[in-house]
Design a protein around this ligand. Structure first.
Ligand code: AMP
Ligand code: GLY
Length: 438
């Protein structure tokens, strides 16, 4: 059997889960992770120096990645996070004859440009919130004018067009809040850059959940639905984070609902991208609101979610590498994806203070006591000799499975409580929304 040398780009829990899953494949040759983290080291070679921050521009980083691909005879590059996809890493590497799992720059606009995704959904009748787009020279003034001049139904949602590290979306209860938010955008350089175009959108009422598919552009294989927990506090309170936990499948998306999502959102989106001349290949993450009128798109993402990836990959019975190779080679039609019937829960352990200021360098203990049935994926950790230290906001994610959601949640928290570090914080209600539906 031939084997494939693989490069995974990224350094979070998502990439640790990717490395863990790839390592189970008989098709795996050598695995490299750039830059990787102390967890990914167990499954391959971390190329620590190859981190984007070490290069002045995305182009310089892409060149260095291409050199590594040549040097190590890498057959496939799997891109974890969105930024390099939006910056065009797939186009660059493919132009040099390399294979990449992840969409091209034009296709990654589904995540990288909200005005593009809203335009596409409107053109192809894909259900989403009603919206108005602003793109003039003094876009913030235009939006302010719109808020003041029109008789609007509040709340409304203001969205910056581009990637804004989770800060680009703001729900405004009234005109005053909206105008205040526009001032905040004016004063924040990152936000101002992302907000060269602005979408103002209807506030959708419902329950949020996401659906993930791997696609070769024409055919798609559904993984599972999942639910993230974006806020820092129990009961979905407090500031937004990268995600504090996830579970899969999400009962709000039952078999019937999943079929509706496939028919009205997933395949219409793939068809639309093909018709526009930008077939979408890779993971398509559908962020959905399940409303009384059916599922509607809140956002598309062009990669796995973190921490959703940490529950989806352990739930995958099929060989991830085989499926990814089939997607890259336009052969997904011939490939089945089988998911487990079990339920999966992931709890993120974070540094106290996150998503605000937090301390680093706390010793992490207890990982060795975690049951062999559970998984611990690293995010913000660092090795110091034999010790493992905290090195980021989200530190670890712990994943357990169970025959039902209750079982998965209980066993996950049992394992989480075995791990400790100074000021460790985790939400205590991951999955509770799902339990309420049962
Ligand atoms: P986004 O980055 O577009 O996913 O937005 C971030 C979060 O804002 C989502 O996960 C939702 O919780 C919320 N959100 C965004 N758009 C809407 C909307 N139109 N209606 C209600 N909530 C929304
Ligand atoms: N967990 C949400 C995201 O990865 O975008």
């Amino acid at each position: 059997m031939s084997t494939y040398n693989i490069l995974v780009l990224g350094s979070g829990g998502r990439e640790h889960a990717l490395a863990w899953s790839l390592n189970r494949s008989p098709l795996l040759g050598n695995l490299y992770i750039a830059p990787g983290n102390p967890g990914t080291e167990d499954f391959g070679e971390n190329i620590i120096a190859l981190k984007p921050e070490a290069y002045g521009t995305p182009a310089a980083w892409f060149e260095a990645i291409a050199d590594l691909i040549q040097d190590r005879d890498i057959d496939l590059t799997i891109v974890g996070p969105e930024q390099p996809l939006v910056d065009g890493i797939t186009d660059f590497l493919e132009s040099q004859g390399h294979k990449v799992f992840g969409p091209t720059k034009a296709a990654a606009r589904l995540e990288g440009s909200k005005s593009f995704s809203k335009w596409l959904m409107a053109k192809y009748n894909i259900p989403t919130a009603e919206s108005v787009a602003f793109s003039g020279k003094s876009v913030l003034d235009e939006v302010e004018e719109y808020f003041k001049a029109s008789d609007l139904d509040w709340p409304l949602v203001i969205k910056a067009d581009g990637l804004a590290a989770g800060k680009g979306v703001f729900i405004c209860q009234d005109q005053q809040e909206a105008v205040e938010h526009l001032h905040r955008i004016r004063e924040d350089e990152t936000l101002r850059k992302a907000a060269s175009r602005i979408i103002v959108e209807e506030f959708m009422v419902g329950e949020e959940a996401s659906v993930f598919a791997i696609t070769d552009g024409r055919h798609a294989r559904l993984l599972l639905s999942a639910q993230d927990h974006k806020r820092i506090g129990d009961g979905d309170t407090g500031l937004n984070t990268g995600g504090m936990g996830a579970y899969a499948p999400a009962p709000v998306i039952d078999k019937h609902m999943l079929q509706i999502v496939e028919d009205t959102i997933l395949y219409p989106t793939l068809g639309a991208m093909q018709l526009e001349g930008h077939p979408y290949r890779g993971v398509l993450y559908l962020g959905l609101m399940i409303t009384d009128e059916g599922p509607k798109v809140v956002e598309y993402n062009c990669r796995f979610g973190d921490p959703e990836c940490q529950v989806l990959l352990p739930a995958m019975k099929s060989d991830l590498l085989e499926v990814m190779l089939a997607a890259v080679n336009f052969e997904l039609e011939k490939t089945e994806v089988v998911m487990s019937d079990d339920h999966f829960c992931c709890v993120v352990m974070a540094s106290g203070g996150y998503p605000g200021a937090y301390a680093k360098g706390m010793e992490i203990t207890g990982i060795g006591d975690v049951s062999g049935d559970a998984l611990v994926f690293h995010s913000g950790t660092r090795r110091d000799g034999d010790n493992l230290l905290t090195n980021g906001g989200r530190v670890l994610s712990v994943v357990s499975k169970g025959p039902d959601l209750r079982g998965a949640i209980d066993s996950c928290y049992r394992e989480v409580r075995k791990i400790s570090f100074d000021k460790a914080y985790f939400r205590s209600d991951i999955g509770v929304k799902g339990l309420k539906r049962l």
